[in-house]
Design a protein around this ligand. Structure first.
Ligand SMILES: Cc1cc2nc3c(=O)[nH]c(=O)nc-3n(C[C@H](O)[C@H](O)[C@H](O)COP(=O)(O)O)c2cc1C
Length: 175
């Protein structure tokens, strides 16, 4: 499959690298879009090395071949998975904001969109976050997780991103 992976600026971004690696190992073609803050957590070179493709890191990027990747990558991809989706990203997506590579691709992409939220439990339980995620569900996003498990803060609660293996299985129809 041709997969576009959107990476948000949360602690689980390192798991997006594991997801990218897994998808490539399974024979899928992958391109990565990174939100404005994603690079505070994982560098673009990690994704470029894993995918063999230039990462999309801004809403105004032009690729070396002169094309705008928010159009070429969204036409190319069969599925768009956003993992991790931060609270901030969920808010932007729910309002059609298109000011970074991940949200712009979400607006431009017309196929199956999969959202994997990951955040602290207090954030996940916030009324605005819940409303934004409900809006995204209603707009056709398949929302995977979050699940209960150990959070970065050191305790177990809801908010953990679904494991890369589960995401890979779900988006590629494996198992
Ligand atoms: C160490 C650290 C970890 C963070 N982890 C998360 C997280 O898991 N989920 C989340 O929604 N925000 C998290 N944040 C806050 C986001 O980084 C912040 O809202 C950021 O603007 C989101 O970037 P994005 O909109 O580009 O995804 C974290 C912040 C810090 C400093």
């Amino acid at each position: 499959m041709k997969i576009l992976l959107g990476v948000g600026g949360g602690i689980a971004a390192f798991k997006a690298a594991a997801l990218a690696s897994l998808l490539v190992q399974r024979g899928h073609e992958l391109r990565v879009a990174m939100s404005r803050d994603a690079e505070a957590f994982v560098g673009r070179k990690t994704f470029e090395g894993l995918t063999g493709r230039v990462a999309i890191v801004s809403a105004t990027q032009i690729d070396p071949d002169g094309t705008a990747p928010h159009i070429t990558a969204t036409r190319w991809a069969e599925v768009y998975v956003i993992a991790p989706a931060t609270a901030d990203l969920c808010a932007r997506l729910a309002h059609g904001v298109a000011d970074d590579a991940v949200s712009l691709a979400a607006v431009a992409f017309r196929g199956r969109r999969v959202l994997c939220p990951a955040m602290n439990d207090a954030m996940w339980n916030d009324a605005f976050v819940q409303r934004n995620v409900a809006t995204l569900r209603a707009a056709g996003f398949l929302v995977l997780g979050p699940v209960e498990g150990r959070l970065a803060e050191g305790y177990a609660a809801i908010g953990r991103m679904v494991e890369p293996e589960t995401i890979a299985d779900c988006i590629t129809g494996a198992r």
